[in-house]
Design a protein around this ligand. Structure first.
Ligand code: GLU
Length: 445
């Protein structure tokens, strides 16, 4: 059996931390198993779904490095859902119900007041054809409910283990709203059957949909797929994630200069028994993926941790992965430059600051002109290497008597214009004698 999974966002917004994680868990699982990953756009809600969001989601998924074997739009498959509806009606498993939301709410309240669970009482099943005709004449439009079969529904959840739900404790789910639109329950099952989905992996918020969906698979004579419900993300303070928080949206992370591999590393390791740590490829993350590592408690997603992880990732990324983007920023220092500065960046664009230090022009900061001039006189002739800094500063120390911070800090300020940064022994050969001398002499170079 080839593993086939799908990530099924609704194009009613762009991707954010919560659904990135669902996408990634599906993808890593399929990748590890050598299976297929389908991107399915649940766009049956015409009012809220837009073409622009759909394209935005494709862009977000691609940016993360996730490749899909197939792209499916539910809006292209309405005929399949209609056929499924007809089958359910023929089987007597789909029935019209006419209660308004207010009437349903009243029923719920009454049941609760009597200490009963608020399960739909199936009053609609008792309506005669005349009753229904009369209601429709009054202008009422039915919504359609799936008639559940009594009994225990069981599945072995990939994350939560053995689960069982007594179907009699559930309301018959509404599959079609009074305005004729589908809730996601039925189209999702029809798609999962048609596309051969073997594993439905989604957030814990969908766990309540599973028993009715299993009964739908069975009604259509299909073997239900395996189900896995992963823990959800909460914000840094334990609150629910806000979809409007830009720092939680892929778009925002991108704009902030966060690396896709930092996002995937964070999303794949947060809320697991593995430490949150940078991984240099999706293959590495896939190799480490295991449902057993997912924690049952909500996982905290903190944009500050993501930024820290980004810095750690940049530190370990090989030059090849960033080469093109550095070049696009006008940085031509190649691998030696990357080796020198990679460990000092929070985001890749910080490299521009260090490129200005290496390639100029830079306005030096001179605190003691006499000291810097003396140091300039002691600069050895090129070629320079990593030993140059040690030899030169030893000579400056011998000549001026300065040591420790009093020796190094004025040189750093003169050479880089900053009090912190990469090791000078690696920067100095990249800066070169001409620029170093000029800066020590308080010239822009
Ligand atoms: N469109 C649904 C959602 O975004 C899909 C749920 C599922 O994966 O079954 O929540």
């Amino acid at each position: 059996m080839t593993v086939t999974v799908r990530f099924a966002p609704s194009p009613t917004g762009r991707l954010h931390a919560g659904n990135i994680r669902t996408a990634l868990i599906n993808y890593l699982f399929a990748r590890k198993a050598g299976g297929n990953f389908i991107l399915r756009l649940d766009d049956t809600d015409k009012e809220r779904s837009t073409e622009a969001f759909a394209r935005g989601i494709e862009e977000d998924v691609s940016w993360l490095g996730i490749e899909w074997a197939q792209l499916v739009h539910q809006s292209d498959r309405l005929a399949r859902y209609e056929a499924a509806v007809e089958r359910l009606k023929e089987m007597g498993r789909l029935y019209p119900a006419y209660e308004t939301p207010e009437e349903l709410e009243l029923k719920r309240k009454r049941q609760l007041a009597r200490g009963k669970p608020p399960v739909y009482d199936r009053a609609a099943l008792k309506f005669s054809d005349e009753d229904k005709a009369k209601l429709e004449q009054e202008g009422r439009k039915p919504h359609w409910r799936f008639k559940l079969e009594p009994g225990d529904v069981r599945w072995n959840d990939l994350v939560r283990g053995e689960q069982h739900v007594d179907a009699s404790s559930l309301s018959d789910p509404v599959l079609i709203r009074a305005d004729g639109t589908y809730l996601y329950t039925l189209p999702s099952v029809v798609d999962d059957i048609d596309l051969g989905v073997t594993h439905v992996i989604r957030g814990e918020d969908h766990v309540a949909n599973t028993a009715p969906q299993i009964q739908l698979f069975e009604a259509f004579g299909a073997t239900p797929p395996a189900f896995g419900h992963h823990n959800l993300l909460v914000g840094a303070n334990g609150q629910a994630l806000s979809k409007r928080d830009r720092s939680l949206a892929i778009e925002g992370m991108r704009a902030d200069g966060i690396e896709p591999l930092a996002v995937t590393s964070y999303a794949a390791t947060v809320g697991t028994s593995d430490p949150v740590a940078p991984h240099a490829s999706l293959d590495e993350l896939a190799a480490a993926f295991d449902f057993a590592k997912l924690s049952r408690a909500p996982a905290r997603f903190d944009p500050r941790d993501l930024r820290l992880l980004n810095a750690k990732l940049l530190h370990m990324l090989p030059f090849g992965i960033v080469a093109e983007r550095l070049e696009a920023m006008g940085i031509s220092g190649g691998e030696p430059f990357w080796e020198a500065v990679g460990g000092n960046l929070e985001v890749l664009s910080d490299a521009k600051t260090w490129w200005a230090v290496v390639a100029g022009p830079l306005d030096p900061v001179i605190e003691d002109a006499g000291f810097c001039a003396a140091a300039a006189d002691l600069l050895p002739p090129e070629p320079w290497d990593e030993a140059t800094w040690g030899a030169w500063t030893a000579a400056v120390k011998a000549k001026t008597g300065a040591k420790g911070k009093a020796l190094f800090q004025p040189l750093r300020l003169a050479l880089t214009g900053q009090s912190h940064g990469p090791e000078l022994k690696v920067l100095l050969p990249l800066i070169g004698e001409g620029r170093a001398r000029a800066r020590l002499e308080n010239k822009i170079a």
